[in-house]
Design a protein around this ligand. Structure first.
Ligand code: ZN
Ligand code: ZN
Length: 319
């Protein structure tokens, strides 16, 4: 297997120059915020939140039941196995709970209300995707699938029920096959661990249904390859938010039209737009991802039901 994403300093994106935006660019971004950048007080509680229907989650008869808890946290039932993606049930995505981006749409449940889960896939170690409090709560009661380098972080907390995979590696879980697939992104939780652990997307392949979770990603040619190796998919989850300003975010986060392009590349029958409406991380107005998704669906001839978003907490069966 090619290991062009491995380097001496850590991991890298094969399709990008290694000149990632540095500290200077973060300052430039922060000093040049547009006037309409969302403010917490304006957007808190404006989006509807509903209670999940966990009874519906049991019914994997002909479809894939899904609940969206906000951001990239989904609960799915694929061929009778319950899967969580990037579970985040805390108030803030930050190293501390007294500062950092705070939820402007409340979490639809307290984590204690979560039904039993079999496996969890983690895309990368950013705070909005890997939440320590949530991980501690689920602990060894679930089977964790993580990209290369992250197992140690779990082990340090006493969590040992962890399988660590490189891109294109796969492991069975009961009747499913869990495949670690590429994404174009980066990692790091502090000042000195940039790209020391891998980032990924995940394919979850059942006998009846196939699902793909993008994690965080910029646009690349990876998705056509994933589709030709593992697709087509019945359902995908792809980010539609956290993309402005483009000069800074373009390599690492897709816009809604690029998300639709990934949906086409990956050959998914249906896709759920995620990574929006929950935390203010970037500069775009909070309703813009939905408006642009609708606009580009029309321009790109995507039927309305083929790429959808859910309400926070909503449970829906994807047939
Ligand atoms: Zn990220
Ligand atoms: Zn993210």
């Amino acid at each position: 297997m090619e290991k062009i994403h491995h380097s001496e300093k850590g991991f890298r994106n094969p399709q990008l120059n290694p000149t990632n935006h540095g500290f200077k660019d973060i300052i430039k971004w922060q000093l040049n915020k547009p006037d309409d950048v969302p403010k917490y007080s304006q957007v808190a509680d404006v989006l509807p939140v509903v209670k999940p229907d966990f009874l519906l989650m049991e019914n994997s008869g002909n479809g894939i039941p899904v609940t969206w808890f906000g951001h990239s946290s989904l609960l799915l039932n694929i061929d009778g196995i319950k899967i969580l993606t990037d579970p985040m049930f805390s108030e803030r995505c930050s190293p501390v709970q007294w500062a950092g981006p705070k939820r402007y749409t409340i979490c639809p449940i307290d984590i204690s209300e979560l039904p039993d889960v079999d496996i969890v896939v983690i895309s990368h170690n950013h705070y909005d995707h890997l939440d320590k409090k949530t991980v501690k709560y689920l602990g060894n009661n679930v089977k964790w699938f993580v990209p290369l380098g992250l197992k140690k972080w779990f082990n340090n907390m006493g969590i040992t029920n962890v399988t660590e995979l490189d891109w294109w590696e796969r492991k069975p879980y009961k009747n499913l096959s869990i495949v670690c697939t590429p994404a174009q992104h980066f990692s790091g939780r502090g000042l000195f661990d940039r790209n020391k652990t891998l980032w990924s997307s995940w394919a979850i392949l059942g006998e009846k249904k196939r699902f793909w979770f993008s994690g965080d990603t910029g646009y690349s040619s990876d998705f056509k390859k994933i589709s030709s190796e593992l697709g087509p998919f019945d359902l995908a989850a792809i980010p539609i938010g956290a993309y402005e300003p483009r000069w800074f975010m373009n390599p690492m986060h897709v816009t809604p039209d690029q998300a639709i392009q990934i949906h086409l590349d990956i050959k998914s029958k249906q896709t759920i737009g995620i990574h929006w409406g929950t935390f203010i991380l970037t500069d775009e107005p909070i309703f813009e991802p939905l408006e642009l998704l609708d606009k580009y669906k029309i321009e790109m001839n995507i039927p309305p039901g083929e790429f959808v978003t859910l309400k926070h907490g909503e449970t829906r069966i994807f047939e």
